[in-house]
Design a protein around this ligand. Sequence first.
Ligand code: GDP
Length: 408
Amino acid sequence: MIPCTRVWPCARTRHWLRTFAVLFNRCCLAGRVIVTHSEAHTAMGIACGIVGLPNVGKSTLFNALTSNNIEAANYPFCTIDPNVGIVNVPDPRLNELSVGYQTERTVPTTVEFVDIAGLVEGAAKGEGLGNQFLSHIRAVDAIAHVVRCFGDDNVVHVSGSVNPIRDIDIIETELVLKDLDSATKRMETVTKKARSQDKEAKDELEMLQRLQAHLNEGKTARSFHCNNDVELEQMKALFLLTAKPQMYICNTDEAGVKNGNPLIDAVRARAAAEGALVVPICAKIEAEIAQLDQADREVFLADLGMEEPGLDRVIREAYSLLGLITYLTAGVKEVRAWTVKKNSTAPQAAGVIHSDFERGFIRAEVMKYDDWKRLGSEQAVKDAGLYRTEGKEYIVHDGDIMHFRFNV
Ligand code: GDP
């Protein structure tokens, strides 16, 4: 098992650190900043890491993502580590609900991004700032791989020319090499146990040998086939870098975003073979858009022929890549989006608001956002018999508008 890095706390540790910090902050800043208990839960300590070669536009993208988002005061760790950003998840449903309920306050949910710089050829062997950054990747839950698809003579390419597939291969090779290291280390431990005829160790060793051969061919852990759930758990325990879900962000120019280009097509073909998603953006323009106020932004976007900033799609896709969904709560006081992992039960979803809600869960009253939108009001949904009462087993869906009944 690979120990959790000390430089960069693991997701669970970060969650508790942040929860503590937010509560601490709440005490210190009482009267200055409104921080509700639930805000400790909105970012669940589940993060998407932005990786790529130097000079592909990672920081430009990260800065655009975080430039007008969450108040750092609410999340002290943002101020401690400038590479971590908590970003609002754009959700047009919130605006509709806010108008419908004439609400006093609207609160979006959030997702966490980490700018992971410094990954270069040879990183797995410690080149550049090598291992340190690889351990940062280990601490995130999904990867947004930025590839350079823009030509600009003023911006030096580390390999001398723009070639996104070569760049992807360089990064992937480093990550696969590191995984190979992890698998080999684990094999050394398991081999000793297997010698003493430990059946579980023998089975794990057999899986590790297959995994080693697979990685040795330059393939990622993502495409490795586990024969059963035990193998899957054993592989998960290795925390392999190339097992993390990944999407590609093609950093291109304005024309590339509008019409595509052969570089983006090449990345798309590669991604299709891996079942990964591609989001083309122009980080430079996104950074400019992010600086504008709402009115100017709409004019600028219209000029560019864009319906929404490319960043909005990056955020939504990252959120989905992390296996997260949104449920909503709606009332006159507050309309709010909440994050849960896919396949969460109603009590687990209630627990995101407050642990008492989970502990004392009685039932949930649920309507679908689409029904509310189509029929126009909560009363109309009730009249149509579509406002349901659900129990502890209910699996929450994206877009559920929930009201919890609990007793503690
Ligand atoms: P990083 O090393 O991957 O974090 O790259 P940076 O975000 O620091 O960008 C490196 C350089 O490329 C900077 O000078 C940026 O202004 C420039 N850059 C980033 N995105 C774009 C883009 O979409 N188009 C152009 N022409 N330049 C960009």
